[in-house]
Design a protein around this ligand. Structure first.
Ligand code: PMP
Length: 313
């Protein structure tokens, strides 16, 4: 099924959205992206876009850091995205990719004095880490310090660092790489945040350990607290503490909540999916599909003509 893009302020078939070879962002990584999920609810014939506003808030914060002025407000970015998803009409889980980029067709390393533009497209995308439980390694590539490239922003150029780590993991027959911060603490996966269960509580690295402040991370912290009464401690984690954790999982828009079975050829717990991880996976998957009324404020329906079953009206 063909898809569409919002490109140069217009909706066009995805195949027709093309940029020029001199585009600044292509040469210097001067762009910011987001990854947003649209989750298909078959019963309601609806796609729920998860935490749409929060994704665009993060993008607009990144625009300040990269000195980009987008010609769209937060509200307009949300509207454009809903319109795009409705136009695409997919009946399966999708992934929405917004990109704010330095669009001037000119060379020269800098941030200032360049035009910026915004595009967004949507494609069907199922599981990102296509395993029930992931086998991971600690990558030899570390996350950059916040004064090298700020890891709090999804700057396209920074993802070369993540790509090094991911490829190192996959070429060594692992599913995902876990990266260390510049000072050697556990930071995050190549496209996910990381959580441990220690003493029945959740532990996750803090903002100052070179992580992206994940929206799924924030969602899981809130769901664990409200639904399970489990608190999360945000603090530095040593590598050996990861090996000895009771449970471990990764969180991300693309990867959802993926259990980790093994790190550096050491089983986490008994190598099976732990109790807290299982419970959180179930709660999270209901919430993102719009089946938990308590969290519907996080879900934006894309289709106007969806059929909401009688009992839920
Ligand atoms: N860390 C990195 C490096 C990522 O690319 C992502 C995916 N956006 C995450 C963490 C998870 O963030 P989120 O839950 O907002 O998708």
């Amino acid at each position: 099924m063909p898809s569409y893009a919002f490109f140069h302020n217009d909706f066009v078939p995805l195949a027709e959205a093309r940029i020029g070879v001199m585009t600044h962002a292509l040469h210097y990584g001067t762009a910011l992206f987001e990854g947003i999920r649209g989750n298909w609810n078959a019963e309601q014939q609806q796609i729920y876009i998860f935490r749409l506003r929060e994704h665009y808030e993060r993008l607009l914060n990144g625009c300040r850091v990269l000195k980009m002025n987008l010609p769209y407000t937060l509200d307009r970015l949300c509207e454009i995205t809903v319109e795009l998803v409705e136009k695409c009409g997919f009946q399966e889980d999708i992934y929405i990719r917004p990109l704010a980029y330095k669009s001037s067709e000119t060379l020269g390393v800098r941030l200032h004095g360049l035009e910026s533009d915004f595009l967004v497209f949507a494609i069907p995308w199922g599981r990102y880490l296509d395993v029930d439980k992931a086998r991971c390694i600690i990558a030899s590539w570390r996350r950059p310090d916040a004064n090298v490239i700020p890891p709090q922003c999804k700057i396209t150029g920074i993802y070369v660092n993540n790509a090094f780590a991911k490829t190192e993991a996959v070429e060594n027959d692992f599913d995902e790489a876990i990266m260390l911060s510049p000072d050697g603490h556990i930071s995050e996966g190549s496209g996910e945040n990381i959580f441990l269960v220690v003493g029945g509580k959740l532990v996750t690295p803090p903002s100052y350990n070179s992580i992206l402040m994940g929206i799924t991370r924030n969602t899981v912290i809130e769901l664990a607290q409200k639904e399970l009464g489990v608190e999360t401690s945000e603090r530095p984690i040593d590598r050996s503490e990861l090996y000895t954790a009771q449970e471990c999982f990764l969180t991300g828009t693309a990867a959802h909540l993926t259990p980790v079975a093994e790190v550096d050829r050491r089983k986490i717990g008994d190598g099976e999916i732990g109790r807290i991880t299982t419970e959180l996976q179930k709660i999270y998957s209901d919430v993102i599909r719009g089946t938990n009324p308590k969290y519907l404020h996080w879900c934006t329906p894309a289709y106007k003509k969806a059929t909401v079953p009688e009992k839920r009206r």
